[in-house]
Design a protein around this ligand. Structure first.
Ligand code: PLP
Length: 954
């Protein structure tokens, strides 16, 4: 049954834009599956025990133009004051060519995490630039390709220090009172379950460094001071402690970098490198460390390796720590990071280059020095002798009035306390701004003459800490300074990659669906982009309306009673969810409940998260059909009855099946005193059909970057909100800016707020019927693929009705036996056919997990199935000896254009190599490198841009 659009309106019009298959296609697909209609199919897939649990009751979908007008009206309720609040968030200019060619370009934002390096060389290069940028500025040799925000990066640094410091006896971590307050809040949240004591104090008064395993310092300090930490770092080192420094990247262009004064870790936010404030996120955090610690780094690391032809090629290094996190050793749960934002920062540095960045930093500093001097002349007490861009002013009894006067002129100053306030300048500050600030404080006095001060003020950076080492000497930061060059560089990199704008990305568990342009448009509106996260509440009424509405929409989609939008990735949602469970048990005096049952098939983040909240993981078995072994689960729940805290279970399962026993499973856990965490990564199979909050879940996270259309950005951003039943609502994450102050899991109250409009737009345009329809089509598309491919590759798991949920797993292990062809070979051969491979070897080694999503048309599904069937024929030819078992198009895949021009020595034709189907002639994707050597890359770990000499050799 199709959903009608009224003749004189646009209601529900968007649904057919979002959904791939047309009505006629749907009929044909259903016919193949032997089902009358889509209702019959989905009724057959959803187990009876949970059927009808959906509480989704939203109005019809709004047309694109109307929805954009509605969100514009919401956006208009945000008021854009000029922000001098600072505290880790600074206005900046996103260079227009980066805005247009990267941030707003689907070639960049619709890409997936670069697990398949051959089709990801462009974004890998951009990320390697980011790592080089960070490593250079921080003065530490190894940097990762982003963490989620400065607060969580600091928390990662704390546990990193705990693992690696020599002082094993200590459980205490020193955090300077000069750190940003939101960072201290996240530290407190993360430390408590691990039994770590965070001691917040003034490092200048530190008496005994040996009490600590590690320390966190802020550079420059949150109040603006630039302290010399050299002696302090030595004291910590002498006591066997490690030191992490949260540092401002722009300031580091002028100041001695943390690595040069002995820091073991540098971390922080790259926001002010061209990323909009966005009411707190998303922004890329960075993390850099010493060479000897590189294998312990959290997050993803891009490394240099070689391809099959011995040519340099990039890849994610040490990937096995991710999807395959070894449960008992997991130390961090970070998965989705902030790739798109890291790439913006990377390109900001590429565009400005070392001189440009230094010029910006100098300008910000000089304007701050001029401002300070003028304020002093006006009789205002500036507390800092040395500073970079931030001042704390002792304003005494005038403080409240000054804030009020500032607001009357649409300016926000930092609220420090009753007698002091703060000011941070930034890249956007001008002479007129400085004069406006002087006028605010002048109290009727004549203003200083800007030109006179500009000619006379000296630098207020401490002479002993002026940076001596050069920055960004690498050619990549010195080549692309004209807009023409940058535009072409971005195009060149994008052309190397395969994103959703070229072909389907059938990654199981990742839900790579359409990220519609109308959903994306509000993201770069200033009304959403230019708001500081700590702006007064009356200025963010638009955000308040948006988030309140979105929370209600997500409650309906999941059947939960309350939602927190704060977690900024699925992993963080898991963390917030388990924290809520833990706090609930504690509130009932059940402090001993610390066991988390997790089925064997779980995603790696689940056990990692359980470890982070101090829970002990007990793994439960799966049966031969991939379902939770209920008898084993029951036995373990009963065995640990006294200490059972939670079950973490993914539904539908990571095996792509709606397990029929889910209600019974939830009941067993509840009967034994535990809470049920339903991992909602697979929510795309449920919206509008069944609701985890109604069939036994107590809490779930959603990946808005899967089910709810936030693009994956090449590996982030993401949003991982959690829904909870009412009894857990009091334990949702709090924030200093919210009613509940404790339990912040992100630095900003709404995590990655500026991308929430994407999900709002999606839900608004799809409406209740459209969302339900999307789920049905996701199930149809997956079953269609499973049916078309099952005679060629066995489908590993199905429900009792022979159907799958929204994804299916193909078992390639038997082929390895008969032909020597591995799952890797098939994945790489798909590149020759123009496809991104499905998820490889998760959750079962030697398999491919395919999730087409509802957005792919029948034509695209057929193109993919045809490619898979042709590949099976090629494997058959290997089995039959018609193709050589070693020198065949599968083992040598993917084939580059460059290979074709040399002497062709293979035992198969060039045509078979690169044009295995005639249709490819019309639109061929050429991978820029051959198969990348993973082992070489991990053995010879190089995680910054190759040296200048290497470029000269090339
Ligand atoms: C089942 C499952 N749970 C959790 C996650 C973690 O989500 P994120 O990558 O947003 O941290 C994923 C991500 O792929 C997943 O597939």
């Amino acid at each position: 049954m199709s959903i009608e659009t009224p003749a004189l309106g646009t209601a529900n019009e968007f649904i057919a834009r979002h959904i791939g298959p047309r009505e006629g296609d749907i009929k044909a697909m259903l016919q193949l599956l032997g089902h009358e209609d889509i209702e019959a199919l989905t009724a057959n897939v959803i187990p009876d025990s949970i059927k009808g649990t959906s509480v989704l009751d939203l109005p019809a979908g709004q047309g694109e133009a109307e929805a954009l007008a509605a969100i514009k009206a919401i956006a208009a309720k945000n008021q854009l004051f000029k922000s001098y609040i600072g505290q880790g968030y600074y206005p900046c200019h996103t260079p227009s060519p980066i805005l247009r060619n990267l941030l707003e370009n689907p070639a960049w934002y619709t890409a997936y995490t670069p697990y398949q390096p051959e089709i990801s060389q462009g974004r890998l290069e951009a990320l390697l630039n980011f790592q080089t940028l960070v490593s250079d500025l921080a003065g530490l040799p190894v940097a990762n390709a982003s963490l989620l925000d400065e607060g969580t990066a600091a928390a990662e640094a704390m546990t990193f220090c705990k693992r690696l410091a020599k002082n094993k006896a200590s459980q205490a971590f020193f955090a300077s009172q000069h750190c940003h307050p939101q960072t201290l809040d996240v530290l407190r949240t993360r430390a408590e379950p691990l039994g770590i004591e965070v001691v917040i104090g003034d490092e200048r008064e530190l008496s005994d460094a040996s009490a600590y395993f590690g320390a966190l310092l802020q550079y420059p300090a949150a109040n603006g001071d630039v302290f010399d930490y050299r002696a302090l770092v030595e004291r910590f080192h002498a006591a066997g402690a490690l030191v992490a420094v949260a540092a401002d990247l722009l300031a580091l262009t002028l100041l001695t970098p943390p690595g040069e004064f002995g820091a073991d870790v540098a971390l922080g936010s790259a926001q002010r490198f061209g990323v909009p404030l966005g009411f707190g996120g998303p922004h890329a955090a960075y993390f850099a460390t010493r060479d000897s610690f590189k294998r312990d780094m959290p997050g993803r690391l891009v490394g240099v390796s070689i391809d099959r032809h011995g040519q340099p090629a990039l890849r994610l290094a040490m990937q096995t720590r991710e999807q395959h996190i070894r449960r008992e050793k997991a130390t961090s749960n970070i998965c989705t990071a902030q790739v798109l934002l890291a790439n913006i920062a990377s390109m900001y540095a590429v565009y400005h280059g070392p001189q440009g960045l230094t010029r910006i930093a100098n300008r910000v500093h000089q304007l701050t020095a001029i401002l300070a001097e003028g304020l002093s002349q006006l009789g205002v007490t500036v507390e800092q002798a040395h500073f970079f861009d931030t001042l704390t002013l002792a304003t005494g009894a005038r403080t409240l009035d000054l804030h009020a006067a500032a607001r009357a002129q649409r300016l926000n100053l930092r609220e420090v306390d009753a007698v002091r306030l703060g000011l941070s300048l930034d890249e956007t500050t001008t002479q007129a701004d400085v004069e406006q600030l002087w006028a605010l404080f002048a109290d009727g006095q004549a203003l200083p003459a800007f030109a006179d001060l500009a000619a006379t003020v000296a630098s207020r950076l401490p002479a002993a800490l002026l940076r001596q080492s050069a920055i960004l000497a690498h050619p990549v930061f010195n080549r692309y300074h004209s807009e023409t060059e940058l535009m072409r560089y971005l195009r060149k990199l994008a052309d190397k990659d395969l994103a959703l704008d070229r072909s389907m990305i059938p990654l199981g568990s990742c839900t790579m669906k359409l990220n519609a342009a109308s959903e994306m448009i509000p993201v770069t509106w200033a009304e959403f982009g230019a708001l500081h996260p700590f702006a007064p509440a009356e200025q963010s009424r638009g955000y308040a309306e948006l988030t309140t509405e979105l929370e209600a929409m997500l409650c309906q989609a999941t059947g939960y009673d309350a939602v927190s939008l704060q977690p900024n990735a699925g992993s963080q949602g898991e963390y917030a969810g388990l924290l809520a469970i833990r706090a609930y048990h504690q509130s009932r005096g059940d402090d001993q409940r610390d066991i988390c049952l997790i089925p064997q098939s779980a995603h790696g983040t689940n056990p990692a998260t359980a470890a982070m909240v101090g829970m002990r993981v007990v793994v439960t078995a799966c049966d031969a059909r991939g379902n939770v072994d209920i008898a084993d689960l029951k036995a373990k729940a009963e065995e640990h009855q006294e200490r059972l805290a939670a079950l973490m279970i993914t539904y539908p399962s990571t095996h792509g099946v709606f397990e029929e026993g889910i209600r019974e499973i939830c009941e067993i856990i509840h009967a034994n005193g535990g809470q049920v965490y339903i991992d909602g990564a697979n929510m795309n199979a449920m919206v509008g059909l069944c609701a985890p909050g109604q069939f036994g879940g107590d809490v779930s996270h959603l990946n808005l970057h899967k089910t709810f259309c936030i693009p994956h950005g090449g590996g982030g951003p993401g949003v991982g909100p959690i829904g909870v039943k009412a009894h857990l609502a009091p334990f949702l994450p709090g924030h200093a800016q919210m009613a509940r102050k404790e339990g912040a899991v992100s630095a900003a109250p709404f995590g990655s707020a500026s991308i929430l409009p994407i999900t709002w737009m999606y839900i608004r345009m799809m409406g209740g019927d459209g969302l339900r329809r999307a789920t049905q089509l996701a199930i149809l598309n997956a079953n269609y693929i499973a049916r078309r491919l099952e005679e060629h590759y066995p489908v590993l798991y199905t429900g009792s009705n022979g159907l799958v949920a929204h994804e299916c797993i193909l078992d390639l292990r038997p082929l390895k036996e008969t032909s020597g062809i591995s799952v890797d070979d098939v994945a790489k051969r798909l590149i020759d056919y123009g496809f991104h491979a499905p998820t490889m070897s998760f959750p079962v080694p030697g398999t491919l997990m395919i999730e087409p999503t509802e957005s792919e048309s029948k034509e695209e599904l057929d193109r993919f199935c045809d490619a898979m069937i042709r590949i099976r024929e090629e494997i058959r030819a290997v089995e039959a000896g018609e193709l050589d078992k070693d020198d065949n198009p599968l083992k040598n895949a993917p084939h580059t254009a460059h290979e074709l021009v040399g002497e062709w020595t293979h035992r198969y034709s060039r045509e078979l190599a690169v044009y295995p189907t005639a249709s490819l002639v019309d639109g061929k994707y050429w991978p820029p490198v051959g198969r990348v050597d993973n082992v070489y890359g991990d053995r010879n770990l190089v995680c910054a841009c190759p040296s200048i000499e290497a470029y000269q050799d090339a």
